[in-house]
Write a protein that binds this ligand. Structure first.
Ligand code: GLA
Length: 526
């Protein structure tokens, strides 16, 4: 018996080794060469997917190729061994710092691990909230290419739609919720907008950002995904609260988060938005950049196409251009294409460095804004927890001096008293919403101190003393900087955060400003 057992063991071991030797080269020889479409479920459980494309080159057990992005892909490198796949992106080193732009941190590689099963790659990658599973299948090279550009309209100046005489005020879902926004959150935000007093302070628009979209029905009409079961009912609900509602789309086939865009359906989508009762559209360039040229006339034409489609619905819809400040949108073509506001920068994040860099780079653009056509340095982060109260007061003061749209980006249902006191400081909001727009100017910029001044319709001026440094510092406003109408006059000064009068004696006023903080003043004739 033991002999027999040993003999059979040896036999099976040899058989196994033989089979393994046969199979192993087969697995290693599985041909991964070619183009792959990877489908990843979107966050928020809305049943939608986003596609990523790879070109893979296999050389023995070594993988190389590209994560296909336009205009430039990101190289990938990895291995395919015994059916197990591992590869990661190899991001290029960031450009060195210049005198005007600080060095950027290097991009983190994205790593994909998984296996080859029945012609598919089963991949896992680390997402923001844990492991994300994706499935990739081979496709043709053509399937990885963007569609051909569509003909764009001849350029013309669209008439002013008469909206946004002062910078729009409201709330937008992106900064706090990103892909997790849904019908319940939006209704909750509308309730809180009224209950908290925000609507009384002037915040009127409840704006749904990216990730509401599903696809198109048989007639080509855009549809919402299961996070938004009935868009018309949601719109009616928000309107019933005395508020207005905004939505989001892209001139490309895909939005920035990879959802359905308006490419080739611009007129149809504008009509759908109007039928739903939408009052505000944020139109985000995203994948249109893969298709069209990145120059002022092309961008103007892209935005004019939707601008005209919105105007032809005859519904008053605020038109918010989001193309991250490309091709100097503020110099004229943004307004000509029907835009009421245009982003002037990339995305803000809830960090001092981001807000500080964006905010203080905007002063030179202030002369380009005018009633109906505003610079948009991105939405507010106040109340999202990544900055101190002083930093958030700087954010709110700076945005108001710039006449930036005041679009809150926090959870309005759970605001602390401090957050409320910042977002609902009506004296600060009054600067932002001044009925006769005059641009802010820099009075002084040295040693991390910025002194900004903006004339207001009643002959007064708003003055911000900002300290961008890491320690408290003194900042001075010299009386000689007052405009002609206040020069030589007796003045009164009010601190708009302390809500109290301040004395200005002699030739100016000196204040101690906390690190990253602001002293915001209104100076008027006695
Ligand atoms: C871009 C925009 C953001 C937001 C996201 C949504 O990054 O700049 O404000 O709308 O897209 O995907």
């Amino acid at each position: 018996m033991p002999r027999l057992f040993r003999a059979s063991t040896v036999f099976f071991a040899l058989l196994f080794l033989f089979l393994f030797a046969m199979i192993r080269p087969c697995a290693a020889q599985t041909d991964l060469n070619g183009y792959w479409e990877m489908r990843t479920p979107n966050a928020g459980g809305d049943g939608t997917f986003r596609e990523t494309y790879f070109e893979i080159q296999q050389n023995g057990e070594t993988l190389s190729g590209m994560l296909i992005r336009r205009p430039n892909g990101i190289p990938i490198a990895g291995t395919f061994k015994d059916g197990a796949i591992h590869f990661a992106t190899v991001p290029a080193a960031p450009p060195p710092a210049t005198s005007t732009t600080p060095a950027r941190p290097p991009q983190r590689p994205m790593a994909f691990d998984g296996s080859y099963e029945g012609g598919k790659l089963m991949l896992e990658t680390q997402g923001r909230n844990g492991l994300v599973k994706s499935v990739a299948e081979k496709v043709s090279k053509e399937a990885t290419m963007p569609p051909a550009p569509l003909p764009l309209p001849e350029l013309k100046d669209l008439p002013d739609n008469g909206l946004a005489r002062t910078p729009p005020m409201g709330w937008n879902s992106w900064n706090k919720f990103a892909g997790r926004v849904d019908d319940t959150a939006v209704r909750g935000m509308a309730d809180a907008m009224v209950a908290s007093g925000m609507s009384k302070a002037g915040y009127i628009y409840i704006n749904i950002d990216d990730t509401w979209e599903l696809g198109r029905d048989a007639n080509g009409n855009i549809t919402s995904n299961k996070k938004f079961p009935d868009m018309k009912a949601l719109v009616d609900y928000v309107h019933s609260k005395g508020l207005k509602i905004g939505i989001y789309s892209s001139p490309g086939p895909k939005t920035c988060a990879g959802y359905e865009g308006s490419f080739g359906h611009e007129v149809q989508d504008a009509k759908t938005f109007a039928v739903w009762g939408i009052d505000y559209l944020k139109y985000d360039l995203c994948s249109a950049l893969d298709i069209y040229k990145d120059d002022a006339p092309t961008l103007q034409s892209i935005y004019q196409k939707m601008g005209q489609a919105l105007q032809e619905t005859h519904r008053p819809i605020i038109y918010s251009l989001c193309e991250y400040g490309r091709a100097a949108v503020w110099t004229g073509w943004g307004a000509k294409s029907g835009g009421n506001l245009w982003r002037t920068t990339g995305d803000i994040s809830d960090r001092w460095e981001s807000m500080d860099r964006i905010g203080f780079s905007q002063i030179k653009l202030a002369p380009y804004a005018k009633p109906g056509h505003w610079n948009d340095p991105d939405m507010l982060e106040v109340g999202n927890g990544g900055m101190t109260a002083d930093e958030y007061r700087t954010h709110m003061s700076l945005w108001s001096l710039l006449a930036a749209p005041l679009i809150a980006g926090n959870d309005l249902r759970t605001m602390t008293d401090e957050t409320k006191s910042i977002l609902m400081n009506t004296e600060v909001i009054a600067i932002d919403q001044d009925p006769e727009y005059m641009p802010v100017t820099s009075v002084l910029s040295e040693n991390k101190i910025e002194v900004l001044m903006r004339p207001l319709h009643d002959g007064s001026v708003a003055v911000g003393l900002f300290n961008r440094g890491d320690a408290p510092a003194e900042a001075r406003f010299a009386r000689s900087n007052l405009p002609a109408n206040l020069a030589g006059k007796e003045t009164k000064v009010r601190d708009l955060w302390k809500h109290e009068a301040v004395a200005m004696e002699g030739d100016g006023l000196t204040a101690t400003v906390p690190s990253h903080g602001v002293v915001l003043l209104k100076i008027s004739a006695h």
